[in-house]
Design a protein around this ligand. Structure first.
Ligand SMILES: [Zn+2]
Ligand SMILES: [Zn+2]
Length: 153
C-alpha cells in the first residue's frame, strides 16, 4: 500500500486516459466524447469536483441528468469514485478499481488522496466473515491534514 501523488503530470494524465480507454473497450463500452471530457476534467482537478462544477466547466454542453449518467457510467467501470462525505467525484488514481477504496481527505486544502486499498482491508473482511457477513465493497473516508499542509502549518 502506498500513497499516490495527486498532482498529475502530463504523462500521468495520458496514462490515466489510455487506461480509461482500455477499460471502456474491454467492457464493450464506448468512450464517448462526453465521457472522455468528464474524465479529462476530473483528472485535471486537484480536489474532488462537484457535479455542478463539472457542468459549469462543460459550458452548457450537458444537462444535469446527462452528467450524472456519465458519472454513474465512469463509477461503474471503477474509473471515478464518489466521495460520499463531500458529495463530490474524483478520478481513480490507482487505475480502475471497482473494489474497495480508502480516501484521505485534507480538511485544509480539500484534496483527496486515494490509497490503493489492496490488502489493507483484509482484516475487516475476515472479521466481518466471522460474523457471517460477506463484504463486497468498502469505502473508507478519513479526514485530517495532508503531508503538504502539515509541513506548511
Ligand atoms: Zn480507485
Ligand atoms: Zn492539505
Amino acid at each position: 500500500m502506498h500513497l499516490m501523488a495527486h498532482a498529475h503530470t502530463a504523462r500521468e494524465k495520458t496514462r490515466l486516459m489510455r487506461e480509461a480507454e482500455r477499460v471502456c473497450a474491454s467492457a464493450g463500452e464506448q468512450f464517448t466524447p462526453l465521457r472522455r471530457q468528464v474524465f479529462d476534467l476530473l483528472i485535471a482537478e486537484h480536489a474532488p469536483a462537484k457535479a455542478y462544477d463539472l457542468l459549469a466547466k462543460l459550458g452548457g454542453e450537458a444537462k444535469p441528468p446527462t452528467i450524472y449518467r456519465t458519472l454513474e457510467f465512469l463509477m461503474k467501470l471503477g474509473l471515478v469514485h464518489r466521495i460520499e462525505s463531500l458529495n463530490a467525484f474524483v478520478a481513480c488514481e490507482v487505475g480502475a478499481c471497482d473494489r474497495s477504496t480508502i480516501f484521505l481527505i485534507c480538511d485544509t486544502c480539500g484534496r483527496a488522496e486515494e490509497f490503493d486499498a489492496g490488502h489493507a482491508l483484509v482484516d475487516l473482511g475476515e472479521a466481518a466473515a466471522r460474523d457471517g457477513f460477506q463484504i463486497k465493497r468498502t469505502m473508507i473516508e478519513a479526514t485530517g491534514l495532508c503531508a503538504a499542509c502539515k509541513k506548511a502549518a
